[in-house]
Design a binder for this molecule. Structure first.
Ligand code: NAD
Ligand code: AHE
Ligand code: ZN
Length: 375
């Protein structure tokens, strides 16, 4: 069938909105009509050419929501009409990782997903017979896409697609980093570096967890009001502190009898490896946990003095907020419907597919929190 898609033709080039051919679902696959998709910084990262797994041409997009149109042979958990959110972290419930209960990083289809193809090694997308790759197993920058059954979460049909698409990455990553990965407790102190589409969800996760002091750090002063809107208690612009950022933050987090300082939990939501180091070193001696959420380009590395770890700090990372997609995503959709979490105010821009490149420009300029393409 012919579908409309924004194709990433080469690194660093704008997406080209065009007609693409999509094959129907094979065994254990599902054809989904995508109704809305968010634009995440990771799409931009891959489009920029910094992603070592980036392949072109490809149909990017991994933050979608839509409706099941057709199921392939062997599919048992979904039927046409079901509302679904695509999962770049699938949940097969059978692989050693799923069975371990120690990680959400299902390994059932990770290698083919990274090669831009379906689990059988082929792509469903093409243009005039030439292969176009899938992306993160989702390719939500197309109005129809094919996914493996294990990469779809069935969600409450009462929820609006143009809002819950954000649960497909940003919302779940931010809130999950707090609840599943860091396991933040009531009364904790926290520092969030980077108050974009992910960082603001970390902040709302911290508010949900009952953190006392929530410090937001961003180079853009416009993010102060944004952070406060979701529970941030203090804002720091590194360009304005007039001294080194880490000692400044350590001092800010000194509380009561504890004059050592440093936050109980810190989160990098920038993808900048220097910020990752600052986040680790601004966490509390003896027990601080620092969570890397940001994704950094090929060849980039993190470093610190081993002393930082010897003295009890833990450096950790999270993908998709540690969420098990088919189990947790439907619950997060229900939290949204019940008013436990906010999504609507963070979706600052909505556009048709034809204007998708404007969504990337808005991200670069720092004017948007989330842009959503509605089909
Ligand atoms: P975004 O562009 O919306 O936000 C980034 C924010 O960081 C902006 O507000 C920017 O002003 C701020 N910033 C940039 N440099 C800074 C610095 N040196 N100090 C302080 N603030 C700085 O991006 P996003 O969509 O929120 O994504 C954030 C990162 O998270 C990206 O690297 C993205 O690829 C990654 N990500 C990871 C996962 C995961 O599962 N681990 C999921 C989604 C996104
Ligand atoms: N291809 C990249 C990996 C980037 C990365 O770490 N992606 C996150 C999701 S970001 C969503 O916005 C992730 O899920 N990682 C786990 C995994 O298996 O990829 C690179 O750097 O190679
Ligand atoms: Zn993302």
């Amino acid at each position: 069938m012919d579908v409309r898609a924004a194709v990433a033709v080469a690194a660093g080039k704008p997406l080209e909105v065009t007609t693409v051919q999509l094959e129907g679902p094979r065994a254990f696959e599902v054809l989904v009509e995508i109704k809305a998709t968010g634009i995440c910084h990771t799409d931009d990262f891959t489009l920029s050419g910094a992603d070592p797994e980036g392949i072109f041409p490809a149909i990017l997009g991994h933050e979608g929501a839509g409706v099941v149109v057709e199921v392939g042979k062997g599919v048992t958990s979904l039927k046409p009409g079901d509302h679904v959110i695509p999962l770049y972290t699938p949940e097969c419930r059978e692989c050693p990782s799923c069975l371990s209960r120690k990680t959400n990083l299902c390994t059932a289809i990770r290698s083919t997903q990274g090669q831009g193809v379906m689990p059988d090694g082929t792509s469903r997308f093409s243009i005039n017979g030439e292969k176009v790759h899938h992306y993160m197993g989702c390719s939500t920058f197309a109005n129809y896409t094919v996914l493996p059954e294990i990469a779809l979460a069935k969600v409450n049909p009462a929820a609006a697609f143009d809002k819950i698409c954000y649960i497909g990455c940003g919302v779940t990553t931010g809130i999950g980093a707090v609840i599943n990965t860091a396991k933040v407790e009531m009364g904790a102190t926290a520092i969030v570096f980077g108050l974009g589409g992910i960082g603001l969800n970390v902040i709302q996760g911290l508010r949900l967890a009952g953190a006392d002091m929530i410090i937001g750090v961003d180079l853009n002063n416009d993010k102060k009001a944004w952070g406060e809107r979701f529970g941030m208690t203090h804002f720091v612009n590194p360009l304005e502190v007039g001294e080194d950022l880490v000692p400044y933050l350590v001092n800010l987090t000194k509380r009561g009898a504890d004059q050592i300082g440093g936050a109980d939990y810190t989160f990098d939501c920038t993808g900048n490896t220097k910020v990752m180091r600052q986040a680790l070193e601004a966490s509390h001696r003896g027990w601080g946990k620092s969570v890397v959420i940001g994704v950094a380009g090929a060849g980039q590395e993190i470093s610190t003095r081993p002393f930082q770890l010897v003295t009890g700090r833990t450096w950790m990372g999270t993908a998709f907020g540690g969420a098990r997609g088919r189990t947790d995503v439907p619950k997060i959709v229900d939290w949204y419907l019940d008013g436990k979490i906010e999504i609507d105010p963070m979706i600052t821009h909505v556009m048709p597919l034809e204007d998708i490149n404007k969504g990337f420009e808005l991200m670069h300029s720092g004017k948007s929190i989330r842009s959503v393409v509605v089909y």
